[in-house]
Ligand binder design. Sequence first.
Ligand code: CDP
Ligand code: MG
Length: 897
Amino acid sequence: DDDDDEPEVIENGVAENNTQLPKETKSIEVCNVETENPSNDKGTKVSRTDSPKKSEDKNVIEIKEEKKPLLAHPTQHVEVKRDPKIQIARLKLPILGEEQRVMELINENEFLIVAGETGSGKTTQIPQFLYEAGYASTKMIAVTEPRRVATVAMAARVGYELGLSSKEVSYLMRFEGNVGKETKIKFMTDGVLLKEIQSDFLLSKYSVVIIDEAHERSVYTDILLGLLSRIVPLRRKRGSPLRLIIMSATLRIEDFTENTRLFKTPPPVIKIESRQFPVTVHFNKHTYSDYLKEAYKKAVKIHTRLPEGGILIFVTGQQEVHYLVRKLRTSFPYKKNVDYSKLIQKKRPTLTETEQALDSEPEDIESDDDEVEKEMKRMRKARRKMRQKHKELPKINLDDYDMPEDDGQADLVDDNDDQDSEGHLSDSDAEDDTLTAAIKNCRQPLWVLPLYSMLGSSKQARVFQPAPVGARLCVVSTDVAETSLTIPAIKYVVDTGKKKMRVYDHVTGASAWRVVWTSQASAEQRSGRAGRTAPGHAYRLYSSAVFQHDCVEQYPPDICRRPPDHLTLTMKCMGIDKVVNFPFPTAPDRMQLRLAEQRLEVLGLLERHQSKAKRSDDEDVLKVTALGRAVSAFPLLPRYGKLLALSHQPALLPYSVALVAALSVPEVMSGKPDSWPATGHLLLLGDPGVLLRAVGAAEHAHLKGEEELFCAKYGLREKAVEEIRKLRKQLSSEIKLCVPNAVTSLGDARAVDDSQARLLRQLVLTALGDQVATKIQLHEVKEGEDKRKYKYAYHCANMEEPVHLHSESILRKVIPEWVVYQELYETGSEERRKMVMRHVTAIEPEWLPVYVPKLCNLGDPLSDPEPRYDAASGRVKCHFKGTFGKAGWELPTVEID
Ligand code: CDP
Ligand code: MG
């Protein structure tokens, strides 16, 4: 329905409803405006000439067609008395000069995009503008943030600037918050607002919703934008308009403005121009994988050599933050009882010529490596002098910390440098000496503060305070300081070029945090942080070649990187049934979404409901089942989530967790699986059974501290074993949330008994029920006179050509009639191409009607001539004849109760 067709009447500032509206909309709340709408004074009364019953309805007054329906807005301003100190600080923000324009646009439009550089005052000021304009007088102002850290910090800041208590400007996020009856402005994480939409679709408590940091494109933010694009017109129909303000850094706004599925007419965009001082970007000549060591060295150099100004260091996570904070605090301690104020009077260490020249450089230039080269020469000279003075210099050991997680990418880059890396390493050893001396000679303390998402709110707040007199501010932060929080007085940015990103395994959908190169856009954002108050410098601890070749321009939004199965299930749980039609800001592939729906239906996680609308073109709606809801909690592809959700036999849980974890990590074993004779009842569990034994045994070795030896001896990839352990822990803690007493320590898989092994095979079938294959006879192989041998292969549902057991599959010993597999892949040369099944488990065909009912076609049980009553179990058993799958494979006559 086109909402523009709906007659909209605005009279005396109150939007009322036409009698033509559908019944349900009759119980209309009157719009939250207490006073007259001044725009009404000029505009006459509003309606549409094409309204069918216009003359009969006295509420409807005619207007000319070209006039847009006016939007009611509050006109009673709210008086705010701010501390003069705050007012002075506010006036420095670029957005303050735009208050009138921003408010006009907000008053006149339901949708508005505010784009502005980080630090221009969007988050802290726009909620205040709205509050003063009366938008919080009868309903609340909602602000969503993708990060927890910003939710707390911004609520506190806005409350402070408005002189309101935390009862009035509050925050709410999962497990924490201070929202109450008096709340006027409510900061919340985007997930929280999504939850609220599920219970109150029209968001009737709010007059404005601000989606902040929309450029971050978190999955929840994207879903919220899609939903709000539909909620806003509904609210207008109800005569109680809701405004949506999208706030974003100046990145990729086209996704919102050029997407006609999202907004039929592009919303107006207001760009906040901000003062940005030039920032000189320095690249490293070489890219060392130990970026923490490099970051430390760079910070030391800046502090001991360069003029006053705060340092901001970007690393990837909480642990790295803490490591660097400790290291820098030890090097330049701040002692409470010392008066450092005299230090400022002293002359700063002199700059090199290059540094001075760069410092006064007005424009953004990439000085690349010259500076580093000169710096190195100077240092070597200094070192020689120093050596002559002191025979022995104390050495700092930079290697006494855990290496950052190796993501493979860092290796790639280092490979290029390998040839000369030795020379450089010895150089940096020499540098260490010079640094040690510099540290020793430097008497100015460094005021080092950590910043990351999970940091407590009082500790967070410290980064906004100036450093104590005489000390230099240094903030070590994760990417929260990239756009979410602006730290004042930063002059130097040290950028490791790395960040943690959630990556998904394409087979199991298991996700893990990996350290990756930042995007070029992020690198620019990070550098920009150095030029907020004066010209600054950004030191990128990687080469310009890495920037050009290894850093993507921009990462695709999370919603497109997430496996569509999990996304679909998540959205269905939120009550969004038509995922394919959903107005995503950037839509995932439609075909992939449809296939995901089909897979989820076969797994029994979605079920078909007849569409209410009963229009001929309407398909049935697939809604989430109770099992689907349980499965959505696992950070896995739903098929493996299902495997876990159904493993409710407590003794079995550790094994199914280990199984899913092992199936998620590629190439766990190199070489033959013979070292892991999965015999007896584990044999039929097939390759996953072998994995299970290996993982259990490796865990045992780990506890004894012999993992390395063990892995080498039995051909296990040590990194893989480690990854499996991490994933097991992650999944176990997820399970513990629902089943607190669940056993999670893993024992020897040989302890699994016959019936448990059977259950494990059935669980594997519930997960992989759409990937069944049956044995087929290929051809005869003659062997001697009487002996005949047949060559076998398998037939699977979605492929014409035969598929094969992996050459190292343990099931080659058995060649079972029916199997399920985890994945198909292609091997062999072009002429002798062959499709091979990975991770194969034997199943029994009579399990299919029970565990994969959606794909079974069974005959009528009543046609069974002899249903038998089994007195022991109290059940009636019938024989079925049936087929399986689209190919219609005949099932053996199965007995079902
Ligand atoms: O949202 P946007 O990035 O446009 O800017 P903002 O977060 O509203 O920040 C505006 C200014 O307020 C920045 O200069 C921050 O440093 C400052 N601010 C502060 O001094 N103390 C806080 N607790 C929060 C922000
Ligand atoms: Mg902001």
